[in-house]
Design a protein. Structure first.
Length: 148
């Protein structure tokens, strides 16, 4: 029987790591790492003044406040970059399963951004920040999600 290959995506608001498990007894091998500073839009800020909408007669209506904070906007932009990188890794590695680990806020954004084959192969997620943990110490955190 062929062992399931599991791609692990770990992320926080500033960094993402991709790791691969090729079956029981193989542990986790780090494939790639992304940092928010790699992307040109990392330092973009939103307009914090109220904007204007166009009314029914074509004239200005009223101001509106942005719905997301600067932190939420940055998190969303980085999550989109992470998901684009995930799609590339998915095509190269061709795993059977996906496991995602991230702090709760980032995990929610990543869940919404996932699509296609990675979304269909999502085997589980973990609402935990594991970014500072070395790859060799990670397997214990994924008990029950990956057969290490």
């Amino acid at each position: 029987m062929k062992a399931d290959r599991t791609l692990v995506l770990m992320a926080d608001d500033a960094e993402a790591r991709f790791l691969l498990n090729e079956g029981p007894g193989t542990g986790l091998r780090e494939l790639a790492c992304l940092k928010v500073g790699q992307f040109a839009d990392a330092d973009l800020e939103y307009e914090d003044r109220a904007g204007r909408q166009i009314g029914p007669g074509g004239g200005p209506r009223h101001g509106f406040d942005p719905h997301d904070t600067l932190e939420e906007q940055r998190r969303g932009r980085f999550a989109r970059h992470v998901v684009e990188a995930l799609d590339q890794e998915w095509g190269q590695v061709k795993p059977d399963r996906l496991v995602v680990a991230a702090p709760p806020k980032m995990l929610g954004v990543l869940r919404k951004a996932l699509a296609g084959a990675p979304a269909a192969a999502l085997a589980g997620d973990l609402a935990k920040d594991l970014m500072k943990i070395p790859a060799i110490d990670l397997p214990t955190h994924f008990d029950g999600l990956i057969k290490l």
